[in-house]
Design a protein. Structure first.
Length: 448
């Protein structure tokens, strides 16, 4: 065990109401919006296939040229009420919006930089109406904030000289000022999604990130901060040098999902793009665009492993939402309307995973949701229960199933026979578990 002074600030599994609400939310909307939405993946007529919010880097654009984009940023179609109503229709219970991405441009009028919304034709604060609209829709608001800042003259990738160190001290003060400003200006914010924390300069600032997390949680008790914010004094990120998670939930799951129950030890969240790798708006998505069904299954997998799923949207420069994302709002929204109870407030059910899909359960409930994503060729859904549990009742809400029959095929082992099924989306069967074997005729000895 290593001596770690600047590791976790909060306990690994907080039990306060704010953190319980974070868990109950389960499904969130990520929004990447900034100057990068203007060029949208093209620079001087050339197409760049990399992530659109990184275009400055791919096209090697000098910052003084990139910053000129602020002079044309004027999102006249920006309608946060519309965004919030879409998020509500989709069934998102929280939202994470980029207040400042790596480009350094701030969507709010910051007193600590001139590279912000007030120096654009639009001028007005974008965050205030956003926070109000989403809160009014009952959706919790979180702020994405990039520590890495390509615009700020005092940013340093590494601390190689005394000059670097002095500059980075100024940069850390700037960072702390901006974060305090965001909490003070928008006090209903529920937490921060930090990014841009992989460089040596920040990895050498473990004590600072420790004290900054403490400072922010003093400014706003209950504040929720992701593990990506943190390094310890040895440069270990997300988890300290003794493997203790820093921040309030593990946020290393970017465009990838966990596959086993080892993640259950901590709260965690996976963030996901619709195309393979685009967060900011790109005019032409290349390659596979995930279907609503694929994204629904990812969300279910996260819930089934007690994690959150954060699905990304990249609004256009004018503030409008692209067709593909509008389709997701409709399709995922329909599914959540019918089956949201298998997601919200749910978590790992404690049952052995089966190939046909996922079990989810509201902690402490006797009702287990079976979310069926892959109908077996024999149309029989296998269930293996722990030895002291039995199926007392089962039902399907909704239409696609004609009838269900339950067959006991072994010790605490069952088949649910589906009969005729017609469905295009995953569906949910509820089973009631009981701890005593009630022989109410539900059980048919295996027909051997
Ligand atoms: C170096 O590889 C990276 C760096 C940063 C990212 C950023 C993306 O721009 C987006 O904001 C994502 C959430 N974040 C990890 C992604 C991959």
């Amino acid at each position: 065990k290593k001596e770690v002074q600047y590791g976790p600030v909060s306990p690994e599994k907080r039990t306060d109401p704010a953190m319980e609400k974070w868990r109950d939310n389960r499904f969130g909307q990520f929004i990447h919006w900034g100057l990068y939405a203007i060029p949208a993946g093209y620079w001087k007529g050339k197409y760049y296939k990399g992530a659109a919010e990184w275009l400055k880097s791919w096209a090697k654009v000098p910052m003084n040229e990139w910053a000129k984009l602020a002079e044309e940023f004027n999102p006249e179609q920006y309608d946060p009420e519309e965004w919030a109503s879409m998020a509500k229709q989709m069934g998102a219970r929280y939202v994470v919006l980029t207040t400042k991405h790596h480009e350094g441009f701030c969507l709010w009028p910051s007193q600590y930089t001139d590279f912000d919304i007030s120096n654009t034709p639009y001028q007005k604060d974008l965050l205030k109406p956003f926070v109000e609209a989403y809160n009014k829709a009952g959706i919790d608001v979180y702020f994405y904030y990039s520590v890495l800042d390509w615009y700020h003259p005092d940013w340093r990738y590494a601390l190689k000289s005394e000059e670097d160190k002095q500059a980075f001290e100024r940069f850390k003060t700037f960072t702390k000022n901006q974060l305090s400003e965001l909490i003070e200006r928008y006090p209903s914010v529920k937490g921060f999604w930090f990014d841009g924390t992989w460089d040596a300069s920040w990895k050498a600032s473990g004590q600072f990130s420790y004290e900054l997390e403490k400072h922010m949680k003093q400014l706003k008790p209950g504040l929720i901060i992701n593990s990506r914010m943190r390094a310890d004094e040895w440069g270990s990120r997300h988890f300290d040098s003794n493997g203790q998670m820093m921040g309030d939930y593990a946020s290393g799951w970017e465009r990838k999902l966990p596959t086993d129950t080892s993640v259950l030890h901590n709260d965690w969240e996976a963030c996901m793009t619709v195309p393979e790798n685009q967060w900011g708006y790109h005019k032409n998505w290349e390659g596979h665009v995930k279907t609503p069904t694929e994204l629904i299954e990812m969300m279910v997998r996260c819930t089934a492993l007690s994690g959150n799923f954060l699905l990304n949207f990249g609004p256009k420069e004018d503030g409008s939402i692209r067709e593909e994302e509008q389709l997701l709002v409709k399709e995922i929204g329909n599914w959540m309307e019918q089956y949201g109870n298998a997601i919200y407030n749910c978590a790992y059910a404690g049952l052995e995973k089966q190939d046909w899909g996922y079990f989810t359960r509201e902690p402490g409930s006797k009702t287990v949701n079976m979310v069926v994503c892959n109908i077996p060729v024999n149309k029989a859904l296998r269930i293996q229960l722990p030895k002291n549990l039995f199926i007392q009742h089962y039902e399907y809400m909704g239409k696609p199933l004609s009838k269900l029959t339950l067959e006991e095929i072994g010790k605490n082992e069952y088949f649910i026979h589906l009969g005729k099924v017609k469905t295009k989306q995953p569906f949910v069967i509820n089973i009631q578990l009981t701890s005593e074997k009630t022989d109410n005729g539900l059980y048919q000895k295996a027909k051997t």
